[in-house]
Ligand binder design. Structure first.
Ligand SMILES: [Zn+2]
Length: 387
C-alpha cells in the first residue's frame, strides 16, 4: 500500500508541477512576437514559480498525507523525496518550451549533474550542522575547520575536478583556445586552462581562484568570434583580480555560510534569539557579498569595454547573451550578483535600442498559494507534534 502511495506521490507531483507551469506560461505565450525584453519579463514569474514548486510542492504533499492518515502514509522524508523526483521530471515540458533546442538526453544530463553538485555541497553543510555538538568544544571547532577546508578545496581545484569527472567540463575546441590566447595576450593576463562547458544556455565564467575560464557550447554557437572575444575580455577582468580581492570573495561566501554551522549550539544557548541572530547575520553578510560581486562585475565590464576590441562589440555580445537566455533587462530586487543589463549597457556608453523596461513581478497567484498552503500545513503539523 505504501509503495502505491509513493508511486502516486511521484506521478501526482509531476502532474501538478506540469499543470502549474502550464498556467504560469500563459503570459509568456501571449508575448510571442513581442520584443525579447517583453518576452523575458513575461517569462520571469513563470521561472520563479517553476523553481519554487520543485521545493514547496513535495513538502506540501508529504505533510498533507501525513496529517490526513499518519498510519497509512509512508515516512514523510521518503514521500517528500519521491514527490521531489516527480516534481523535477514535471519541469521537463517547461524547460523544453523555454529552451526548444534542448534534447531530452541533454536535459537529463544537465538535471543530473547540476543536482549532484548542489547536493554534494548541501550534504556537507547539513552534515556538519547535524554533527555539531550542542555545547561548543574542540569538536565544534574541528568541524567548522573541516567545512572551511573543504570549501577552500572546492574553490581551488575541487569544482574543476568534479566538473571534469561528470563530463560537465571538457577540453576547449581550437576556435575557443585561439580567441582566448589572442585576448589574454593583448590584455597581458595569464590563463591556466580553458574549458568547454556542457550547459544548455549561453554562459561563460571565470574561476579567479585557479585562473581558469569556461564557455558553454551554446555561447560559442550563438556568438561570432569578436563577441566571444569581448565576453572573454570580461572574464579575463575577473582573472586579473588581486589576491586580496579573490581572498575577500571566498571570505564573503564563507561569512554567510559559516554562522549556520553553529545553529545547534546557538539555539541551545540562546533559544530562538540564537537562531534569529544567525539568520540576520547571515542575511546581512549575504547582501554584503552580493554588493561586492556587483562591484567586481562592473569592474570586469569596464575591462571588457576598454580591452581593445571594436567599440560596441561588448554591449552587443552582452545583449545577445541576455536575449538568448531570456533574462529580463531589469530585474526586481537589488540583492543580485550582477547589475541589470540596462545599466550595464549604459555604463559602457551604449544607449539600449529599447526603452527601460519595468522590473517583472516575482509573484504569481499559484506561487503564493503554494507558500500559504505550506504555512498552514506546517502549523497543523507542529500542532499535532506538540499538542
Ligand atoms: Zn563577470
Amino acid at each position: 500500500m505504501k509503495a502505491l502511495i509513493l508511486v502516486c506521490d511521484c506521478a501526482g507531483a509531476a502532474a501538478l508541477v506540469w499543470l502549474l507551469n502550464t498556467v504560469a506560461l500563459i503570459q509568456f505565450r501571449r508575448a510571442k512576437g513581442a520584443h525579447w525584453t517583453e518576452r523575458a519579463r513575461a517569462l520571469y514569474p513563470a521561472r520563479v514559480v517553476a523553481t519554487l514548486s520543485i521545493w514547496i510542492l513535495p513538502v506540501d504533499l508529504a505533510l498533507a498525507q501525513q496529517l490526513a492518515s499518519p498510519g497509512l502514509a509512508p515516512h514523510w522524508v521518503l514521500a517528500g523525496l519521491t514527490a521531489w523526483v516527480g516534481a523535477v521530471a514535471g519541469t521537463y515540458p517547461f524547460d523544453r518550451e523555454v529552451l526548444p533546442w534542448l534534447a531530452p538526453r541533454a536535459w537529463l544530463r544537465n538535471v543530473l549533474t547540476s543536482w549532484l553538485i548542489r547536493f554534494a555541497l548541501w550534504f556537507v553543510l547539513v552534515g556538519v550542522i547535524v554533527l555539531m555538538p550542542a555545547e561548543l568544544d574542540w569538536r565544534g571547532g574541528l568541524l567548522a575547520a573541516l567545512f572551511v577546508g573543504l570549501f577552500v578545496a572546492w574553490c581551488w581545484g575541487g569544482f574543476l575536478w568534479v566538473g571534469r569527472q561528470l563530463g560537465l567540463l571538457r577540453a576547449a575546441p581550437e576556435r575557443l583556445r585561439r580567441i582566448v590566447a589572442d585576448v589574454a595576450g593583448r590584455m597581458g593576463i595569464p590563463v591556466r586552462g580553458v574549458w568547454l562547458l556542457e550547459y544548455p544556455r549561453s554562459f561563460a565564467f571565470a574561476l579567479p581562484y585557479t585562473g581558469d575560464l569556461a564557455f558553454s557550447g551554446r555561447l560559442l554557437e550563438r556568438l561570432p568570434d569578436d563577441e566571444v572575444a569581448a565576453i572573454c575580455a570580461h572574464e579575463l577582468g575577473h582573472l586579473a583580480e588581486s589576491k586580496l580581492i579573490v581572498g575577500t570573495r571566498v571570505f564573503a561566501d564563507l561569512a554567510w555560510l559559516v554562522p549556520w554551522l553553529f545553529l545547534k549550539p546557538a539555539s541551545h544557548a540562546f533559544d530562538a534569539v540564537g537562531i534569529g541572530a544567525i539568520a540576520l547575520g547571515s542575511l546581512f553578510t549575504l547582501f554584503g557579498a552580493r554588493w561586492f560581486s556587483r562591484h567586481l562585475e562592473r569592474r570586469a565590464d569596464r575591462a571588457a569595454h576598454t580591452s581593445g576590441g571594436e567599440a560596441g562589440t561588448y554591449a552587443r555580445a552582452l545583449a545577445r547573451l541576455y536575449e538568448d537566455n531570456l533574462i529580463p533587462a531589469v530585474l526586481p530586487s537589488r540583492g543580485r550578483t550582477h547589475p541589470d543589463l540596462y545599466d550595464r549597457l549604459l555604463a559602457v556608453g551604449v544607449q539600449p535600442d529599447f526603452p527601460r523596461p519595468t522590473a517583472p513581478s516575482s509573484n504569481t497567484v499559484h506561487g503564493v498559494l503554494l507558500c500559504v498552503l505550506l504555512g498552514i500545513l506546517a502549523v497543523l503539523t507542529l500542532n499535532r507534534l506538540y499538542p
